[in-house]
Design a protein around this ligand. Structure first.
Ligand SMILES: [Zn+2]
Length: 670
């Protein structure tokens, strides 16, 4: 009998079908043929076990948080030696009281359910098991493997019992109006710090945010079968496999929920969201949009990025041809509605510009609507509650050429509104450079005021992309103009904080990791500086020049490769050097830590073994890292006025006092 379910488990994504009937309760003895039977195991779990890439040292690669259920189930049935029960993880559903338990050495996780006592007459009757593949491990206690399928079922059980539960990411609280986007360009080690900051500031944020398929592996089977696409990185003159951080979208979805339970964050009742960032619409992504939708099913916030379709859209030439295109392709009533809405915002529309913009964006808007329907349908099929199905929308238009005009913003928002895709956040282009403050606050204020005058009329907040590394004054302007109706998207900052934490850690292994990491970026910079690729060479030289100049050294060092090397190697290693900042994220999945283009984004065991080095960071290193991240989030929240200044000051004081990681973690649940 178990053969059947094993077969379907391996190949199907359950959530695209109506929820399967709950599996009958099993006991381990009666069903030795569990999901860890290699013949039935998911290919990704087989791959990870084969190479001894376990969750404890390499989390979030598999969608599952249990690779070897047979072994863990046997341990639990045998009394639980070698396991860790997460005492703060408790929560309830109609079925009873739940806790998370983990195999201490491997990181494999299971759900423990203490069933509610049933009425006397039915005491012997067995209820249907709430999750699949359960085993009895004690009187009235069952254990279930932490598979992705079980996670989806559990979300329903939790939200049916308590729609306000904050275990899973939602669109609740003020998340659709004001938030901070905390990107995980790199590992999952920042999560406890994000939970700490949300708890201390009593502020829900976008606590999980990733570009998919760019940063996260969108489909682990595609990865194993070598079907991942590549992403061009002009600044290193090469393409790197997508999913270049190694973790899968489902694995991250799973891991960020478990992290909240382990720290007890969910007891604070602060809603948080998960943003599937820059979801590519159209272009070459058409062929796999169903996989993108399926992988992101736990995301409570979708960012639509129209640029792939825009890049291939041919706008007819001349006003007459554009007018003809619009009347032939776009419903006249829709056009009239949008025009009226834009006019009501007090914006005068130039007919020719309107047509030109519509020719450019209409194919993408149509595809966005199709995709939006798919996101909604996937949630309706997988989830049973309104809270579980709701998702926020962001429209990213900062990829359109030039600074975004208020008219463009208005037209895009009006179309989305008329097409019943109301936008929570819109990201116009303000001319931001990643990790650089905006030089002129008065000019920034004027730019934002113009956009905000439009956005507020659509109930949309402003998303500030490339938001890392702006000045305190920049953030104050953003907060003041919008009344804190904004999102600041950050990402690169958190990799930088890891560099700072390792750099200042007294632990020898942390220092070794830092030295290898720094050396990796030095070698990439030196390679780039002599590259035949003009962009790569220009970028590498500008990073080196910046570092030398800031160190007060002469920057004219490119006469010979030897001269460049000598100058760069003479610099004291520092996470403040621009070349370290720009190349650092590529180290995580570089096979053997090698600074070679073909070693980057390596999805074989070699890449993941490299990634494991970060999960071996010492407690001192982790505490440095956690404090740095929490301080940065407090800084953002204070300057954008998302949290009151007094609360921010109190949070900073707490941070100053922590001496161990355990103290820091203990405060999250309060
Ligand atoms: Zn964007």
């Amino acid at each position: 009998m178990p053969r059947e379910y094993g077969k379907t488990r391996a190949v199907e994504r359950h959530f695209l079908r109506p929820a399967a009937a709950p599996a009958p309760e099993k006991s381990l003895a009666a069903n030795p043929d569990t999901c860890s039977n290699p013949a039935q195991m998911k290919p990704i779990n087989k791959f990870l076990l084969q190479h001894n890439l376990r969750i404890a040292q390499n989390p979030c690669i598999s969608p599952d948080f249990c690779l070897d259920w047979e072994a863990l189930a046997a341990k639990l049935a045998g009394g639980g030696a070698g396991t860790t029960k997460w005492t703060k993880s408790g929560f309830e559903t109609a079925a009873g009281a739940w806790q998370l338990i983990e195999d201490t050495a491997t990181g494999d996780c299971a759900w423990l359910l203490q069933a509610k006592a049933r009425g006397r007459g039915k005491a012997k009757a067995k209820a249907a098991a709430p999750l699949a593949d359960g085993v009895t491990v004690g009187a009235g206690v069952q254990a279930f493997p932490a598979t992705f399928e079980n996670l989806l079922r559990l979300k329903n059980l939790v939200q049916e019992h308590n729609p306000a539960a904050t275990i899973f990411p939602t669109a609740g609280g003020k998340l659709g109006q004001s938030t901070l986007g905390v990107g995980a360009r790199f590992t999952t080690l920042h999560w406890p710090a994000v939970e700490w900051a949300m708890s201390a500031l009593e502020l829900g944020v976008t606590a999980n945010q990733n570009s998919i398929p760019r940063e996260l592996v969108y489909d682990v089977n595609a990865m194993l079968e070598g079907r991942l696409d590549t992403v061009p990185f002009p600044f290193i003159g090469t393409n790197v496999p997508e999913g270049h951080q190694g973790q899968s979208v489902e694995g991250m979805s799973h891991g960020c929920v478990l992290s909240k339970l382990k720290t007890g964050f969910h007891h604070r009742g602060v809603a948080w969201s998960f943003n599937a960032d820059h979801q590519p619409i159209g272009g070459k992504f058409d062929s796999r949009e169903d996989q993108l939708v399926a992988g992101c099913v736990l995301a409570s916030y979708i960012t639509f990025d129209l640029s792939p379709e825009l890049a291939q859209t041919k706008v007819p030439e001349g006003a007459a041809a554009q007018r003809a295109y619009v009347s032939a392709n776009v419903d006249a009533a829709l056009v009239a509605k949008v025009k009226a809405r834009v006019a009501a915002c007090g914006l005068a529309l130039n007919e020719e510009q309107f047509n030109a913009l519509l020719c450019y964006t209409w194919p993408a808007l149509r595809k966005m609507k199709v995709r939006d329907t798919k996101y909604r349908t996937a949630r309706e099929q997988a989830f049973t509650t309104a809270a579980g199905r709701a998702f926020l929308r962001e429209l990213s238009i900062d990829e359109l050429p030039g600074l975004t005009t208020p008219e463009t913003t208005a037209i895009m928002l009006a179309f989305c509104e008329a097409l019943e895709m109301p936008i929570n956040f819109i990201a116009p282009a303000f001319g931001f450079q990643k990790n650089m403050p905006y030089p002129d606050n008065a000019a920034l204020r004027v730019l934002i005021e113009k956009q905000w005058a439009v956005c507020r009329q659509f109930g949309a907040s402003i998303g500030f992309h490339s938001g890392s590394g702006k000045s305190a004054e920049n953030y104050q302007v953003m907060g003041q103009v919008t009344g804190s109706r904004l999102e600041i998207k950050t990402s690169g900052r958190y990799t930088y904080e890891m560099g700072r934490a390792l750099f200042s850690s007294p632990n020898a292994a942390d220092q070794a990791l830092w030295k290898d990491w720094y050396r990796f970026t030095v070698e990439l910079a030196l390679l780039g500086a002599v590259s035949a690729d003009a962009t790569e060479q220009k970028m590498a030289r500008s990073f080196i020049t910046d570092a030398l100049t800031k160190a007060g050294k002469p920057a004219d060092v490119f006469a010979t490769p030897a001269a460049t090397r000598q100058a760069v190697e003479a610099l004291p290693p520092s996470p403040e050097h621009m070349f370290w900042f720009e190349y650092n994220f590529l180290f995580v999945l570089a096979a053997g830590g090698r600074a070679e283009k073909k070693a980057l984004g390596d999805h074989t065991a070699a890449g993941y073994q490299q990634r494991a080095r970060f999960y071996a960071v010492s407690d001192e290193g982790r505490l440095n890292f956690a404090k740095g991240i929490a301080r940065y989030l407090v800084f953002l929240a204070e300057n954008t006025a998302l949290a009151p200044a007094a609360r921010c000051a109190a949070a900073r004081k707490l941070l100053d006092g922590y001496r161990t990681m355990a103290e820091f973690l203990a405060d999250i649940s309060r």
